[in-house]
Design a protein around this ligand. Structure first.
Ligand code: 4NP
Length: 156
């Protein structure tokens, strides 16, 4: 991973529903804002159950309906090393953040995606929940992108 680019890792529990959507939406919005090549983004799960699998079919579907292809992503478990490899590690809910912090400390700043509240886990729920999660992530993502742009400018 090129160290020169500001990097962000999105983390949920299984890395098949929420964080793959966050990674895809981040890439999409950053690209639309003209920052397609400026950042490095990834996603991971605190659990390993789905390692190697593509995102959940409902996440793939809701992304595709919004013009975003996340089908090439593969789930992986977060590693201790990620805490030094990424600038920012973003948990989708408070339990994700707690589990990330249990790995230790590193260079990365760890925060929850939403300032106030959690991105609800749609796992085992209907397509409407995946749409709601997509909207929630999409609405809050500009904040995160602006934060990274500001950090980049300060560092330049
Ligand atoms: P995610 O959803 O954390 O948004 O990927 C889940 C996916 C799978 C499981 C839990 C949450 N699971 O227990 O297998």
């Amino acid at each position: 991973m090129p160290q020169s680019k500001p990097s962000v890792l999105f983390v949920c529990l299984g890395n098949i529903c929420r964080s793959p959507l966050a990674e895809g939406i981040f890439r999409h919005q950053a690209g639309m804002a003209g920052y397609a090549q400026q950042f490095h983004a990834g996603s991971a799960g605190t659990g390993a159950w789905h390692a190697g699998e593509p995102p959940h079919p409902n996440s793939i579907a809701v992304a595709a309906q919004n013009g975003i292809d996340i089908s090439g992503q593969r789930a992986r478990q977060i590693l201790r090393e990620d805490l030094d490899r990424f600038d920012l590690i973003v948990g989708m809910d408070a339990s994700n953040v707690a589990n990330i912090r249990q790995l230790g400390t590193g260079r990365a700043e760890i925060l929850r995606f939403l300032d106030h509240g959690d991105v609800p886990d749609p796992w085992g729920r209907g397509m409407d929940q995946y749409h709601a999660v997509f909207e929630l992530i999409g609405q809050a993502m500009p904040n995160l992108i602006n934060r990274l742009i500001r950090a980049r400018k300060l560092a330049d």
